[in-house]
Design a protein around this ligand. Structure first.
Ligand code: NAD
Ligand code: TYD
Length: 392
């Protein structure tokens, strides 16, 4: 048997997702040394999830710099999000776990990676309440393994490449806990007070990332972003769930009194913030990212219902809002999140392009145009597809 990478390292050979199958040197093949072909390449983790796939698509629409995309394809990962890259040799998809350090080391060695953009995570608060173990495994242990692999790779780079290397950790505003009505929004200097297993696991990963900078000098960047919405969001999160349920004539569940506040940001604006931070952010710094768009949950749902009433009126003429149903509150439910994004705006010139209104309308239209995608992910059809193409 060869090294561990031999059995776990698969680059998809289906058309459009990569092209190369690179089973490692153990099989006697000369490795495909991208170092010689490309001076620059980024490694994206979790690039088949909601934000990661939007990021990869936006990245390759704006630059020719190739991407190696590492994703475990959990229930939340869907390679079909990346169908638009069919035949694009700049995109290499690898199915694998960020906790698999030998795989990470071999990926980094085989590709001239100049930056890691780390999205991979368990990301749903409700799931973390029912089963926190996966959140510890991926968000904490997985990030630790990724940091270890990055440190080993980075330490061995020539000085100029070491200086240019970046590890960008994508995190959340939930690490800061909850705000009361009159509190100022979260900023980079807020105390960490995570309240859910998800938030606690992300907080732990943020601390590891910080520690690797201070102790080893690894050039890290951290972003703490508010709630995202937009295309390809798995319909367990509020906005896609409400759209999917409304179109199916199902109840629209509002937790508690529906007055919890989130600061909503269109996913494309989050992706542009990450690009700004990657290119111009100062190593070791943290950047808060948000939409300056605080809305109570009930208002978000009412807005969605209004857009749907206009775009796709119900056959019986009743408004979608008649489906709103108040349900039991989430345990430990944070009351309010809000972000002060002045640092990234002042230092890096980032600003969101979408308002809440334009972003919501775009999002509803996207879901109306992609009901096959929603049906596929909710029926488990895409899991069958993964089993067929990846063997389980
Ligand atoms: P998501 O759940 O849609 O996607 C996560 C992706 O990571 C999936 O493709 C999944 O297959 C992959 N993954 C999970 N475990 C893995 C592992 N062990 N190894 C490799 N891949 C693995 O999540 P998202 O909403 O796209 O969030 C991406 C990142 O952004 C997360 O780190 C999250 O904490 C952060 N974030 C999300 C939001 C939001 O509103 N969604 C806001 C701020 C920050
Ligand atoms: P969610 O999309 O799960 O994101 P997060 O918990 O990370 O903020 O939820 C957004 C808000 O919507 C949150 O306050 C919980 C609430 N919510 C509901 O009221 N009903 C639902 O069915 C869901 C999924 C969420």
């Amino acid at each position: 048997m060869g090294g561990p990478a031999e059995v776990r390292y698969i680059i998809a050979s289906r058309p459009g997702l990569a092209g190369d199958v690179t089973p490692t040197a153990a099989a006697g093949h000369a490795r495909h040394r991208l170092t010689e072909l490309h001076a620059r390449m980024i490694l994206v983790t979790g690039g088949a999830g909601f934000i990661g796939s939007n990021f990869v698509l936006d990245w390759l629409a704006g630059t020719d710099e190739p991407v190696v995309n590492l994703d475990k394809l959990t229930y939340a990962g869907n390679v079909r999000n990346l169908d638009g890259l069919a035949g694009d040799a700049r995109h290499r998809f690898v199915r694998g776990d960020i906790a698999d350090q030998p795989l990470l080391e071999s990926l980094l060695a085989d590709h001239a990676v100049r930056a890691i953009v780390h999205f991979a995570a368990e990301s749903h608060v409700d799931r973390s309440i029912h089963g926190p173990g996966d959140f510890v495994d991926t968000n904490i242990v997985g990030t630790f393994r990724l940091l270890e692999a990055a440190r080993a790779y980075w330490s061995a780079l020539p000085q100029a490449s070491r200086d240019a290397f970046r590890f960008l950790h994508v995190s959340t505003d939930e690490v800061f806990g909850t705000l009361a009505a009159g509190d100022p929004p979260f900023s980079e200097t807020n105390q960490y007070l995570p309240n859910s297993p998800y938030a606690a696991s992300k907080a732990a990963s943020d601390h590891l990332v910080r520690g690797y900078h201070h102790t080893y000098g690894l050039p890290v960047l951290t972003t703490n972003c508010s709630n995202n919405y937009g295309p390809w969001q798995f319909p367990e999160k509020l906005i896609p769930l409400i759209i999917a349920n409304a179109l199916a004539g199902k109840p629209l569940p509002i937790y508690g009194d529906g007055q919890q506040i989130r600061d909503w940001l269109y996913v494309g604006d989050h992706c542009s913030a990450i690009r700004h931070v990657l290119e111009s952010g100062r190593a070791g710094e943290v950047y808060c990212v948000g939409g300056s768009s605080e809305k109570a949950n009930i208002d978000v749902v009412q807005t969605l219902c209004g857009i749907l009433d206009a775009e796709r009126p119900r056959a019986d003429g009743t408004p979608y809002a008649s489906l709103i149903t108040y349900v039991k509150d989430r345990p430990g439910h944070d009351r309010r999140y809000a972000i002060d994004a002045r640092k990234i705006t002042a230092e890096l010139g980032w600003q969101p392009a979408e308002t809440f209104e334009t972003g919501m309308r775009r999002t509803v239209r996207w879901y109306l145009d992609h009901q096959d995608w929603v049906a596929d992910v909710t029926s488990g059809g895409y899991r069958d597809w993964i089993a067929k193409h990846y063997g389980g």
